[in-house]
Design a binder for this molecule. Structure first.
Ligand SMILES: [Cu+2]
Length: 236
């Protein structure tokens, strides 16, 4: 009887050990205060493969005042927890001479698979805060995917010098708690443990890495809680 009770206790301890209550979430909307800046038109290429008529730079993708392509992540509050990089690779495509997606987040050590779906040549030019990491590689039509990994946290730009409007941003994080706002300005970060966090927003604004919008918010969240955290940003 005692052995049985002990086993039941062990089982309960095992179950409670498995339940980490990491199911809280933070979600919200990114809103633009004031008028939406015009994105400059892209007219400088004669590359017929690009079908770039009417394409503009993608600094401001705004729908009813709601801002897409903002990166939001947990900047602080997770303590010393080490989060392993997912095995799954994320994909960045060059299609119609634009990058898809325009903003992507991944974890340090996670693979970014870069494709060229265009019948033309691009170059993949990485610009980061660590010049030794930067590269500039030709991506000929039909070449296999490039696979890149980034080990340090931060936002990088990837651009194409052949088609000078082509650029995108890659956010690299040390935890899995990040999101990119969608076309309605909405983001959601889930699977969070309870805690007190600094939530940071990054948006490229009108000048990319040179002068991005960075905004922090403090958020406390309990177990199994769904918290709302909206951001209002101003263009510059
Ligand atoms: Cu290109």
């Amino acid at each position: 009887m005692m052995v049985r009770s002990f086993c039941i206790l062990l089982f309960i301890a095992f179950l409670s050990g498995c339940t980490k209550h990491e199911d809280s979430s933070i979600s919200g909307t990114v809103t633009l205060a004031g008028a939406c800046p015009m994105n400059a038109a892209c007219t400088s290429s004669v590359d017929g493969a690009c079908k770039h008529d009417g394409v503009t730079l993608q600094h401001w993708i705004v729908n009813n005042g709601h801002v897409a392509n903002a990166l939001i992540w947990i900047k602080d509050g997770l303590g010393n927890t080490v989060y392993p990089a997912p095995e799954e690779a994320l994909t960045l495509d060059q299609r119609g001479c634009v990058y898809e997606p325009h903003v992507i987040g991944l974890m340090a050590g996670q693979t970014l698979k870069i494709l060229n779906s265009d019948p033309t040549l691009h170059n993949v030019h990485l610009i980061s805060a660590t010049p030794s990491e930067d590269f500039n590689k030709l991506f000929l039509q039909g070449m296999p995917a490039m696979e890149e990994k980034f080990q340090t946290v931060g936002i990088r730009e990837i651009k194409c010098d052949v088609h000078n409007w082509m650029n995108c941003y890659v956010g690299v994080f040390s935890n899995p708690f990040f999101a990119v706002s969608d076309s309605n300005g909405h983001y959601e970060i889930d699977g969070l443990p309870s805690g007190k966090y600094t939530l940071e927003l990054w948006h490229e604004s009108s000048d990319g890495l040179n002068n991005p919008i960075i905004q922090d918010e403090q958020v406390s969240i309990g177990e199994k809680e769904k918290k709302s955290a909206d951001f209002t940003i101003s263009a510059r």
